[in-house]
Design a protein around this ligand. Sequence first.
Ligand SMILES: [Zn+2]
Length: 489
Amino acid sequence: MSIRKTFTVLLLIIIPLATFAQGTERFDNYFIDKTMRIDYFHIGNAETEIITIDHIYQYGIWAGSRKNLADNFNNGAYYYKIYDAASGELIYSKGFDSYFKEYQISGIKDMRSYHESAVIPYPKFKFKFALDKRNDKNELTEVFSIEINPSDISVIKDAVKDDEVKIYKTLYSGDPHSKVDIVILGEGYTKEEEQKFKTDVEKFTDTFFKYEPYNRMKDHFNIYGVLKPSEESGVDEPRAGIYKNTALGATFNSLGSERYLLTEDNKAVHDIAAHVPYDAIYIMCNHERYGGGGIYNFFCTFTSDNQFNEYLFVHEFGHSFSGLADEYYTSSTAYDNFYKVDLEPVEPNVTALLDPANIKWKDFIKKGTEIPTPWEKQKYDEMDYAWQKQRTEMNNRTAELKRTGASKSEIKKAEDDYAEADKAHADKMAGYLNNSKYVGVVGAFEGAGYMQKGLYRPMLDCIMFTKSCDVFCKVCEHAIENVIKHYLE
Ligand SMILES: [Zn+2]
């Protein structure tokens, strides 16, 4: 063998090794294997926006990827970005949405402050922490930045310890660095309800893997249930005059929408989640009413005991984990102007169809499919809008009964009547959609993202569209799979 040949053979051996090492080399250059949490206040109203740093924490190992340090999904209204101070190089980024953004869109004029956390791998050296926000063309522009010294003595390094907190590992597939680590936090479970929490976490862990792509990628997940018992059972229902002292402060009627269930106690959420390595946060609310919410790379909530709890559980996580948009448009929400029909949304599963030849999911569209794709929309809208009106009336009546101290049986009857009507309507709509000749077609169906006109969804039905659907459309499923892969390397 000539020298030249030997050299080539050596190179062939060395190259794959080098490529592999390159994976975490960059991480090792800039970060240590710990988590930094930068807490800040996001203050403002529809016009103003101010950001102030609260506290910075160090804890546990870094649960995220050590290879994919840049977020290239281009999703979410905001990005936080970490730049090495000495070189100015971008070393970490992540897109997200926030409660503040939704408050801002709701158009309320009063100044409010919301607490947020940027969870990042722990930098070795001084760095610039920046927040980018999308402008009216959806381009990211920096709205805040500050230099942070990770060695500063003001960084809080308290041990994460709370004797009341219980941890249940319901699925462990391996090293958190290369798995998707999901924490399910218990909200509104008292000490006496610990067993119920455990049963619920196990039940929903099983539920998770009934759906694709989660099922075929099960080996890539770790799931932890973490419970800090609440003083009282349930969550706040302001319209009914019910307030509960709970560990995470979740409440119905968030931003004035009756079934929107969120918490503003972001610090409590992250303090309790910090007991395990986590990439994504679920807040499981111990309640029977229909309610939930999901904010991209923030958290999601769902109620444990509603008849549609499995739907809520997967639908809301579709928002918070993969940044999927709501594909429905008939039900009332907290905001009227979430999307604009003349601006392409950043989410992967809705389009304004400004360039019909280049829809973001065009790879899934069969040649010859009509765009926009016609469907039996008029009758669907008639039936669904009629139900939305009836649903609001029924819910208002139940709230009225609770507020005025009606008897337990009277309240229960109103709730049961509503649950029955809700289910009957969901079944009726499922039947209607299933009879369509467009079942299984990927195209561009008008009606999506709270807009009856001007926004389009990929398929007739999807978990992001109706609660009677038990599969994600092809486009959502693919988007979720891409997000999972981001955490695996
Ligand atoms: Zn979908």
